[in-house]
Design a protein around this ligand. Structure first.
Ligand SMILES: Cc1cc2nc3c(=O)[nH]c(=O)nc-3n(C[C@H](O)[C@H](O)[C@H](O)COP(=O)(O)O)c2cc1C
Length: 323
């Protein structure tokens, strides 16, 4: 195989050799989250999908793909319409519900039929109602192309999906940092030159990178470390319960568990998962990393200053939190 342009890849290789690793690589590309719906034989059908994409403005076309293995696949293949419900940042529960196979995903959801009959969900960020224009083969998926008949856009922020976990779209810290220094000023911007919101955004971004390095030093990704923490709080958990406690999509937990079992951190028994002794030791190392992070980075700052910074953040939290 051709040499990689860089040698510091976390994972690389032939996509057919390790499908999970390939999927993790695809997960480096962030997307929004939608619930795509239709009606088949009088029943509402819906799946969480991140494969949605715009295709053409004139004519107005969009596309998405659904796995042949999905229970809803034949409904979408045969129905003549679908609706794309683009989710808001506060709709993780809806995403989780429609990504878990269930008899009645619409139970207690106040949906309404849209202009072509496909269910429209409440509280969404945007709605795109389509007549099915084409159904194409796409390997182990089918690609659905829709001609947009009606759209609606609502205020709010999108729910994002990146690297196997939910995320929110924030302004990049550089946008919050205040005016750029004059060109030629040279050197990095000093912390004291940043606006408060820019400071907060940078600290949050750097801290998140630092935590990621701790996980990597243990050979774990975010889903695996969250699974370990979830299991540390119980004797044993089912896959569904791990999904619920970690707030991660089912596919991320399905991806995370085999590696933890192979490395003997987790034991699987009859559909229940539990930490082994090695898993509990791993959990205390992870906790140790967090504690070290705090003590290393807060070292040299007085208790009063830390308490004052905390008070400022608590005030901001209370004042900015929506009612
Ligand atoms: C964020 C996210 C994005 C997803 N995107 C897709 C997708 O684009 N296509 C797909 O077939 N499944 C996707 N899935 C998985 C389906 O939602 C999941 O397999 C669901 O159980 C299918 O429902 P069904 O088996 O009742 O048909 C996604 C899941 C999540 C959590």
């Amino acid at each position: 195989m051709m040499a990689l342009p860089r040698t510091d890849a976390v994972e690389h290789g032939d996509p057919s050799a390790d499908q999970r690793a390939f999927r993790r690589c695809l997960g480096q590309f962030p997307t929004g989250v939608t619930v795509i719906t239709t009606v088949w034989q009088g029943n509402p059908v819906g799946v969480t999908a991140s494969s949605f994409s715009s295709l053409s403005l004139d004519p107005p076309l969009v596309l998405w793909s659904i796995a042949l293995a999905s229970r809803s696949c034949s409904a979408f293949r045969r129905s003549e319409h679908f609706a794309v419900n683009i989710l808001k940042a506060d709709q993780i529960d809806i995403s989780q519900r429609f990504s878990t196979p269930a008899e009645d995903k619409f139970k207690d959801v106040e949906w309404r039929p849209g202009c072509l009959g496909s269910p429209t969900l409440p509280g969404i960020l945007a709605l795109i109602e389509c007549a099915t224009e084409a159904v194409l083969d796409g390997g182990d998926h089918i690609i659905l192309v829709g001609r947009v008949r009606r759209y609606a856009r609502f205020p709010g922020n999108p729910l994002l999906y990146a690297q196997g976990r939910y995320a929110v779209a924030d302004d990049h810290p550089r946008l919050l940092a205040g005016p750029a220094p004059p060109s030629g000023a040279g050197g990095k911007r000093q912390a004291r030159d940043l606006r408060l919101m820019g400071l907060l955004a940078y600290v949050e971004m750097y801290a998140s990178d630092a935590f990621d390095r701790y996980r990597q030093s243990e050979g774990l990704n975010l889903a695996q470390s969250r699974t370990v923490f979830a299991l540390s709080a119980a004797d044993a958990l089912s896959m569904e319960e791990i999904v619920r406690r970690t707030v991660l999509p089912p596919a991320s937990i399905e991806d995370a568990l085999p590696g933890l079992v192979d490395r003997h951190f987790v034991a699987a028994n009859d559909g229940a998962y539990a930490l082994t002794d090695a898993g509990r030791a791993l959990c205390s190392r992870l906790t140790g990393h967090v504690e070290r992070f705090e003590s290393e980075h807060l070292n040299g700052i007085s208790k009063q200053d830390i308490a004052a910074a905390r008070r400022v953040l608590e005030h901001l939290y209370e004042r900015l939190r929506p009612a």
